[in-house]
Write a protein of this length. Structure first.
Length: 72
């Protein structure tokens, strides 16, 4: 989707709706995740319901783990 909003603005607006920042250029709908698996260097590979594979960077992985209730 195209928008005139900056990514941080989208993140702030939709955080309460189940979206989270995955990396510098991606916001993911938490409710549409099909599976997760650890990847190289602390990243997490996310497979969405539409089979698209996305990556959560090391920087944002703790946020995802917190949403999942996973401890370090």
């Amino acid at each position: 989707y195209e928008t005139t909003l900056r990514l941080y603005e989208i993140e702030e607006q939709f955080m309460e709706c189940g979206f989270f920042r995955a990396n510098k250029s991606t916001i993911i709908n938490f409710q549409k995740i099909r599976s997760l698996r650890p990847d190289f260097d602390g990243r997490i590979e996310v497979t969405m319901e539409n089979e698209k594979k996305l990556y959560v960077s090391r920087q944002y992985a703790p946020i995802l783990k917190q949403k999942l209730g996973v401890r370090k």
